[in-house]
Design a protein. Structure first.
Lengths: 384, 298
């Protein structure tokens, strides 16, 4: 069935079709419609789940973790300040191996107050041990939620599904809503290898001495390393049932490109239009949209970018005192590679400023006319 | 031939807490857990945030309890328990009791917001605060449960605590939850009875357990039960229940309350107090006692 829905509701439908059993959430713009719709679904029986209307995002994640450890499939959604408030519990989720799936609407961090998109909220949580997926269409949002539950529950690692404020969260698109029976076929009920039950009492998360702690972290990393292959595998399985492939990255006309943009989120969609325009002008441009950011898709990125002479990484975020975060990650992936391209880093679109086709034209002009960036950070569209 | 006299043992023999735990000598909190679980039984899951009990239980891979434990974040005893309850319900276990077990810091201070949220939603959990009146696990810093006049490492003798202890029972009563009780490790029968009673009630239940801490109070380990008893007998920590936020019941009618000085003098944390300061504390205890009697209709 096809429906015209907003990005936020794509998250809600994803959670509904995945048969989330416990949802604990707190309102924040621009996420609110996600949980409003889920709340309605719980109220009218469309979804058989407990909805805990908590008093903060910190409690939202804490409640999800308790429910997850009790053996229930859990979902929540938040944004910016809410995600930051959850920070402690994000470590708890991954460290405790609780496979919660969460939607995060990318919103710039205050102050000054902003409700518009940038990625500093989710990228600040880069090192908490969560799988991170960045989406660029409402269809991808819905499909990724269902896939994320499968990947997360197999490895007992939580997942964050990330979409841009307004540019996606409030944008209506045609979305194919899969049949419940086929989703059930793809995603069996959550059956964790351990759980809180008096039938088999264990202590979870207790005091852990230096003799044991490091091994817990080693195991988390080892399982994280399994994510890329599992995303490929579940993507193919999903494709067989639903005809859409997910995967780690989206490659657009990179094979013969002299310049490849590296993008994420909705900017990755705009980039494809910009690539088409540049090609009409005779410039062989391409676009590599990174969908899976944690774990970082090293192999894909190396394989694709090692073929091209020049790479322009677009960041809608900044690590103050360093650079854009995708730029850092791409450079670290390419370091020491035999045919590494020249990599340029651009920052644009902070706090919801538009990233347009003209932005990509400017980036292409800069990258193609130089053999080295003249500034460490090239800012696009900033009033200096 | 005289009739054989039989004494009824009201405290269950079953033990859900094993020796080998890491509590200090004379720890009121460990006694509190032992008694609470005798009331609740084995089909209980406990959420323990950062507090002494996060350590007492024993290090990974050991545990001194025969029930499952979720060691949760400091401020999340209530929200974690709410989540566990919802999760259990969804996987078809509606019988197991979910217990949140936090210290005074985790209840009066950092966890108060989550506790208020759970109580307002009337989530089906038993929340227990074992109150040793300061941050004992981190080495005796004042909390909002520390009583007026007390020394702690952050309220040194020259600037001992000048503020009153927060009225946590008043706060919880204002939420109108179905069951609130105070309990003391010096009155095990009363305490076990209250946990048993709480287990049979639905909704948020709050039990405030008085748990002396020899290390933090600078008292003798062998005086723990004596101090807990004196706290009740002086009227400093009366034993009472509040049902549905309205029905107050005094469980132990102390006919002649002992002077508070008897309780204070056994603890090094009050050693610096002068006569007139003790007199002020006495006045405060008297006033609170009178309020509780009035609320109980006595």
């Amino acid at each position: 069935m096809k429906k015209v829905i907003m990005g936020n509701h794509a998250l809600s439908y994803g959670a509904m079709l995945s048969r989330a059993q416990v949802i604990a959430a707190y309102p924040i713009t621009p996420q609110t419609q996600v949980v409003e719709l889920l709340s309605e679904m719980c109220a009218d029986g469309t979804l058989n789940a407990k909805f805990i209307k908590v008093e903060s995002e910190h409690s939202a994640m804490a409640a999800c973790l308790g429910a997850s450890l009790a053996g229930a499939r859990t979902f929540t959604a938040t944004s910016a300040q809410g995600l930051a408030l959850m920070h402690e519990m994000l470590h708890w989720a991954a460290g405790g191996r609780m496979p919660v799936v969460m939607g995060n609407i990318n919103r710039a961090m205050a102050p000054g107050w902003s409700i518009w998109t940038d990625q500093n909220d989710s990228l600040s949580e880069r090192d908490t041990g969560w799988i991170q997926f960045y989406c660029s269409s409402n269809q991808e949002v819905l499909d990724t939620v269902i896939q994320a539950f499968k990947v997360s529950e197999k490895l007992m690692i939580p997942s964050m599904i990330i979409l841009d404020a307004f540019a996606l969260s409030h944008t209506y698109e045609v979305v194919e809503i899969p049949e419940q029976a086929r989703v059930d076929q793809f995603l069996p009920p959550f059956n964790p290898p351990w759980r809180l039950t008096p039938d088999d009492p264990h202590a979870f998360g207790g005091l852990t001495s230096p003799d044991h702690y490091m091994e817990l972290r080693y195991k988390l990393q080892k399982d994280m390393e399994k994510v890329p292959a599992l995303v490929e595998e579940t993507g193919k399985e999903y494709e067989k049932l639903f005809g859409r492939y997910l995967g780690q990255v989206e490659e657009y006309l990179c094979a013969d490109a002299e310049l490849v943009f590296v993008t994420s989120g909705t900017a990755g969609y705009t980039a494809r239009v910009a690539v088409d325009e540049l090609r009409q002008k005779g410039i062989k441009a391409g676009n590599l949209r990174i969908k899976l950011f944690r774990p970082f898709p090293f192999e894909k990125v190396r394989a694709i970018l090692s073929r091209v002479p020049k790479v322009a990484v677009l960041d809608r975020n900044i690590s103050y005192g360093h650079h854009g975060i995708f730029y850092q990650e791409v450079k670290s992936a390419l370091y020491g590679q035999p045919s590494a391209p020249l990599v340029f880093g651009f920052i644009a679109g902070l706090g919801g400023r538009d990233i347009t086709r003209d932005s990509f034209q400017e980036i292409a002009d800069y990258t193609l006319s130089k053999n080295k960036a003249e500034e460490e950070i090239v800012w696009i569209g900033v009033k200096k | 031939m005289s009739k054989e006299r039989k004494m009824t043992l009201t405290i269950p023999r079953e033990e859900y807490m094993s020796p080998g735990h890491l509590a200090c000598q004379g720890c009121g909190a460990s006694l509190a857990m032992r008694l609470a679980l005798k009331g609740l039984g084995q089909r209980t899951i406990v959420c323990i945030p950062a507090c002494c009990w996060a350590v007492i239980d024993g290090p990974f891979p050991h545990s001194s309890l025969d029930i499952p434990i979720y060691h949760c974040a400091f401020e999340t005893a209530a929200s974690s328990a709410s989540g566990v309850r919802a999760g259990l319900d969804m996987v078809g276990d509606t019988e197991t009791t979910v217990l949140a077990w936090a210290g005074d810091g985790g209840t009066f201070d950092i966890g108060l917001q989550a506790l208020s949220g759970a109580a307002e939603r009337n989530d089906d959990i038993i929340y227990t605060c074992y109150d040793n009146e300061a941050y004992m696990n981190t080495g005796i810093q004042r909390s909002s449960a520390t009583p007026i006049g007390a020394w702690t490492t952050t309220t040194p003798v020259k600037h001992y605590k000048k503020e009153r202890k927060k009225d946590i029972i008043g706060i919880m009563a204002a939420h109108g939850i179905p069951y609130i009780a105070t309990a003391s490790v010096a009155y095990p029968e009363d305490m076990v009875k209250k946990f048993k009673k709480a287990r049979e009630i639905k909704g948020t239940r709050f039990i405030h357990v008085f748990a002396p801490c020899p290390a933090g109070w600078k008292s003798r380990p062998e005086d723990t039960v004596k101090l807990a008893r004196l706290a009740v007998q002086t009227g400093y920590f009366p034993l009472y229940e509040i049902e549905d936020g309205e029905k107050w019941t005094l469980n132990l009618k102390v006919k002649e309350r002992k002077p508070i000085a008897e309780y204070l003098k056994l603890q090094g944390r009050f050693r610096h107090l002068k006569e007139e300061e003790i007199a002020l504390i006495q006045q405060e205890v008297d006033a609170r006692w009178a309020r509780i009697l009035k609320n109980c209709g006595l």
